[in-house]
Write a protein that binds this ligand. Structure first.
Ligand SMILES: *Cc1c(COP(=O)(O)O)cnc(C)c1O
Length: 421
């Protein structure tokens, strides 16, 4: 199946007389006719047992996303942040470190630099554009993973995924990629060597701003038995002594995430949310195409305006990341643009408050055009140094171009720019 077909048909295949659309199984639990049967499920989860661990509606969406990304398995979570947290906790324990590029989502900076630090896990930030030898210097004996975003939120830098996969694998650790902005329609990081892919499904995958969610996808390609990851190769006493690499093979990572972390931390999505996410996924391929086309037109318009200092959109000829975009995002660079208005913070705020069609919201990748001022919202907790490292200046606006008529979007921007002296 091609990816457009997968968006519609993967994950759920009704049999004779069954519902056409994946049903919402809004049930916490499942009935079995014997105590022995339930006992067996505790030994080896072959059926749904309790909806914190797994649920048929959620499972259908997990299978679809795994197929879209080209992975062997996936696990949905209650938010993108939960997916990020579990993706790291499944590999790192207190005393370990991991490497992350500094151009990442503000919420992830907090999670990595502040909250995981309290867990005893150190995050070492590196410049994504630094040469390999430079990044290599950041590795320590206890470094267990490397992390980056395909298309960074909101800097809109494009990650050289192959470079990072090479560095990670040379050091015997997996590469985790947050593919939220690109979605598997525009880029499938596993094809470039990523081992684990995470998403905030809240963004384009859902697309309609109706539910918060996340997902972790396992490529099945990483060799967890290379000696660096004893949790994968030694018996798990909390789960009747299973050895993940031995008992689950290519599914070791994603099953471990479910059986240890989802079981114990419980950040599971609701079946109703999974149903809504599935609706979003069904049209993802068409929406991404239009987001990219609209955003490119808007970026070209902004680029010509004398009121704009800089436009960051890797789809633009001359953008710093245009060459990487041609390689990793050949179909387009999503609907998100970031730009700075001349006159800094004050003019940025004036511009945003003058918009009529575009809404001022703490969201991105919605079907409706929206704007955000990162320095006073998503990245508010960051120090000035962290802001600069994340590729953000105080006057920067993040514009998420929606699916309205592109002429209406530009007319709105034009009238708001006119309000600025
Ligand atoms: C929004 C976002 C997150 C966090 O996801 P939530 O669903 O809001 O928890 C993580 N990474 C990126 C790139 C995001 O855009």
């Amino acid at each position: 199946m091609n990816i457009e077909t997968k968006c519609l048909h993967e994950g759920y295949t009704p049999k004779n007389g069954e519902p056409r659309v994946v049903p919402i199984v809004q049930s916490t639990t499942y009935v079995f006719d014997s105590t022995e049967h339930i006992g067996q499920l505790f030994d080896m989860l072959t059926e749904h047992m309790y909806s914190r661990i797994s649920n048929p509606t959620v499972e259908a969406v997990e299978k679809k996303i795994a197929a879209l990304e080209g992975g062997v398995g996936a696990m949905c979570t209650s938010s993108g942040q939960a997916a990020l947290l579990l993706s790291i906790l499944n590999i790192c324990s207190a005393g370990d470190s991991f490497i992350s590029t500094s151009t990442i989502y503000g919420g992830t900076v907090n999670l990595f630099a502040v909250t995981l630090k309290k867990f005893g896990i150190e995050c070492i930030f590196v410049d994504a554009d630094a040469p390999e030898e430079e990044i290599q210097k950041a590795f320590k004996p206890n470094t267990k993973a490397v992390f980056g975003e395909t298309l960074a939120n909101p800097a809109l830098s494009v990650l050289d995924i192959e470079k990072f996969a090479r560095i990670a694998h040379k050091n015997g650790v997996p590469l985790i990629i947050d593919n939220t902005f690109a979605t598997p329609i525009l880029c499938r990081p596993i094809e470039y060597g990523a081992d684990i892919v995470v998403h905030s499904t809240t963004k384009y995958m859902d697309g309609h701003a109706v539910q918060v969610g996340g997902v972790i996808v396992d490529s099945g390609n990483f060799n967890w038995a290379n000696g660096k990851f004893p949790e994968f190769t030694e018996p798990d006493e909390s789960y009747h002594g299973v050895v993940y690499t031995k008992d689950f093979g290519k599914l070791a990572y994603i099953i471990k995430a479910r059986m240890q972390l989802m079981r114990d931390l419980g950040c599971s999505p609701s079946p109703n949310s999974a149903f809504l996410l599935n609706l979003g996924l069904e049209t993802l391929h068409i929406r991404m195409e239009r987001y990219c086309a609209n955003a490119k037109t808007v970026a070209e318009y902004l680029n010509k305006s004398d009121k704009i200092e800089i436009v960051n959109y890797p789809g633009l000829e001359g953008d710093k990341y245009h060459d990487l975009a041609k390689k990793y995002l050949p179909l387009g660079c999503s609907g998100v643009i970031s730009f700075s208005i001349k006159g800094g913070r004050a003019n940025a705020v004036k511009f945003m408050d003058s918009l009529k069609l575009a809404s001022n919201v703490v969201h991105v990748a919605d079907i409706r055009t929206c704007v955000l001022h990162p320095a006073s919202a998503t990245h508010r907790q960051l120090t000035d140094e962290q802001l600069v490292a994340a590729g953000i200046n105080p006057g920067m606006i993040r514009l998420s171009v929606g699916l309205e008529s592109v002429d209406d979007i530009i007319a709105d921007i034009e009238q708001a720019l006119e309000k600025i002296k």
